[in-house]
Ligand binder design. Sequence first.
Ligand code: ADP
Length: 383
Amino acid sequence: MSQQNPATLKVGAIGGGQLARMMTVPAINLAIDFKVLAEAEGSSAALAATQVGDYNQLDVVREFAGTVDVITFDHEHVPMAVLEPLEAAGVNVQPPSNALAFAQNKLHMRQKLGALGLPMPDWAQIEDAHTLDAFINAHGGVAILKTPIGGYDGKGVRVVKSSEDAADWLNNLAAYGGSLLAEEKVDFVRELAQLSARRPSGEFAAWPLVQTIQENGVCSVVLAPAPNASESVLEQTAQIAKSVAEGLGVTGVLAVELFEARDGRILINELAMRPHNSGHFTIEGSVTSQFEQHLRAVLDLPLGSTEMRATHAVMVNLLGVDDKNNFVQAYPAALVAHPTVKIHTYGKGARAGRKMGHITVVGDSAEAILAEAKGAAAVLLRG
Ligand code: ADP
């Protein structure tokens, strides 16, 4: 006779991507019964107890929610029309829908951050070509235009010098919720990210500030901690994360993507209310990984230490080169040449530009670990 699993903590994640996949490891360690509602068979998180279903359907999500203590997310696309009735019926959703709403819609996020007095690029809500041209003219002849809903990894973001550059979006506004978001094009010296976690009962913990480096709008490298960050920058970014988490009622992991502008301003770009690419380094680099912390936070368990376990950590994303990439095949070559690296492969089909895995290296020399991580990445991507 098989023995009944004595675990009583049950977490359900909606979305079967690599973030849900990476939550399974700490879930196993803490004997958390972790379930995933995935979009399709063979998802990245298929190693967990996975059910396939459409997260847009209330009945599907309601049934899934009935099997767990708390619902959380691998992505932020679950509609309010699904989450709100579940919450009204007593389902424990973390982060709650009224916080997640700000991560789903960049215009709502800008409005809310403005009301809280937090620093952002200049922005405007755009509903016609005239308003966009006026904004562009007032900001040196260039703006960043974003679709408020559904963008990720730089999709839904473009540089515009005239409303004509965005005619396709402006002529199809209904598909983007009726309006677009224009922002000043920030002249930044670098991009930063401040990762933190918050429990429903209020406890808050932040990891060290990191620098993120993007290629074609996709994160490619993370340096932890952010090199040469001034005391003032560290104070501002820590305060921003706490104000966002508390002001928006975020629970679980929160990533605040930031710009360090050439004129010294620290400005909020984006928010993610789930584990985030900027925090993958925490698996090996921190006492508590973002994936463990997320599970603890959504269960309202005490948070773990966010101290670094080494002076430096570096994360390099494995972005697909073509549809033939096969990291596993390249393991022998990569592992023999780079014994200090930690490889994470997401079990996803290969495609150019796709986030298919990442590498983390920790150590005392920031330069040496970056070289090591990049070297291993090159071997894996060639293989
Ligand atoms: P996504 O939601 O697709 O990740 P982001 O809003 O984070 O989109 O934008 C993607 C990238 O575009 C950013 O990482 C940054 O490099 C650039 N970007 C976005 N907004 C601005 C801005 N206001 N000024 C300058 N660059 C920007």
